[in-house]
Design a protein around this ligand. Structure first.
Ligand code: IPM
Ligand code: MG
Length: 355
């Protein structure tokens, strides 16, 4: 029996509501297939922990997480803690510390879901956004000087390294090669940003030479947003920087029906460290504690986790269970136009898995 140790970090907001439901679905899947076993250890890190201990996670947090096969993460952020503190205290140190440089965000219009794009269905939108996840605009480099004085300055320095760009390019080309359309679009802003972004263009070109079977094109990020809305069927895999892909992946999730659908894998492809799987929606203070959060982004992230662990068959079984619930349409959460609670959506997926 293949056994996996999973670290669960629900953290803040609706993360506390959807991670237990994700675990419930994985347990139902485990029962159904009998082919793997997962044990979950839940860590109470996040903003409440911050108020009690002055930090978002213990000093040896990464050391603790290292022993796990994967991390199942909810969302971080609370009105009582400044966002840059909560983010830099928990999620970003895990991504950077575990060198999870490939952030993978699939987006599809699942059967039965109505896209905000008029007359568009499943055959029109099937993308994967690949986001560089350890450097670029979120490298954390910069500083402030003259604090509090009229000449105060804040510098946010984007860092693009040949090593960092090359590895995300290779990853994106490899991923594109495995898909039906085998198409990769590079998104940058190399007309206005003439240093780092031109480096991206050059390394993209160099890497493409090793992947003659992958069709390529390039777009500026502003134009990419209009293409996503107006000609979604022309895109397949998109590779972009930390900031650009952060923005584009929210748009991708919304166009696929709702931000609540968005799923993420933060991968360390070399498997030197555990990878982390999370929905992209964030802690959503406006609906927290109401039991109405959409858990599908979390379930889809669980699918990505299973794929990464090598449980391809179980992964596709879970994905089909999600799709049969969306196709039936009578257990959709509110953000998708339904009335089902988080628990009811989960129950529906578990029911499909046990039938
Ligand atoms: C995401 C989120 C985070 C990010 C937030 C919480 C800063 O928006 O996963 O896309 O940008 O990395
Ligand atoms: Mg984001």
């Amino acid at each position: 029996m293949r056994t996996y140790r999973i670290a669960a970090i629900p953290a803040d907001g609706i993360g506390l509501e959807i991670i237990p439901e994700g675990i419930r679905v994985l347990e139902a899947l485990e029962k159904r297939t009998g082919s793997f076993r997962m044990t979950f250890e839940t860590f109470p890190w996040g903003s409440e922990y911050y108020h009690a201990h002055g930090r978002m996670m213990p000093e040896d947090g990464l050391e603790t997480l290292k022993a796990f096969d994967a991390i199942f993460f909810g969302s971080v952020g609370h009105p009582s803690v400044p966002d840059h503190i909560s983010l830099w205290g928990l999620r970003l140190p895990i991504c950077q510390g575990f060198d999870q440089y490939a952030n993978v965000r699939p987006a599809r219009i699942l059967p039965g879901i109505r896209s905000p794009l008029r007359d568009r269905g499943p055959e029109d939108l099937d993308w994967v956004v690949v986001r560089e996840n350890t450097e670029g605009e979120y490298a954390g480099v910069g500083g402030r000087a003259h604090t509090g004085h009229p000449e105060e300055v804040g510098m946010e320095v984007s860092v693009f390294t040949r090593a960092g760009v090359s590895r995300i390019m290779r990853f994106a080309f490899d991923l594109a090669r495995k898909r039906k359309r085998r198409q990769l679009t590079l998104v940058t802003k190399s007309n206005a940003q003439r240093h780092g972004m031109v480096l991206w263009d050059e390394i993209f070109q160099e890497t493409a030479a090793g992947f003659p079977d992958v069709a390529t094109d390039r777009m500026l990020v502003d134009a990419a947003t209009t293409r996503m809305v107006l000609r979604p069927e022309t895109l397949d895999v998109v590779v972009a920087t930390n900031l650009h892909a952060d923005i584009l992946s929210d748009l991708a999730a919304a166009l696929s029906g709702s931000l609540g659908m968005g799923a993420t894998a933060n991968l360390n492809p070399e498997r030197k460290y555990p990878s982390m799987f999370e929905p992209i929606h964030g802690s959503a203070f406006d609906i927290m504690g109401k039991g109405i959060a959409n858990p599908i982004g979390t379930f889809w992230s669980a699918v990505l986790m299973l794929e990464h662990l090598g449980e391809a068959e179980s992964a596709s079984l879970l994905m089909s269970a999600i799709e049969s619930v969306t196709a039936r349409g009578d257990r959709l959460p509110r953000d998708l136009g339904g009335t089902a609670t988080t628990r009811e959506v989960t129950d529906a997926v578990c029911r499909v898995l046990s039938s």
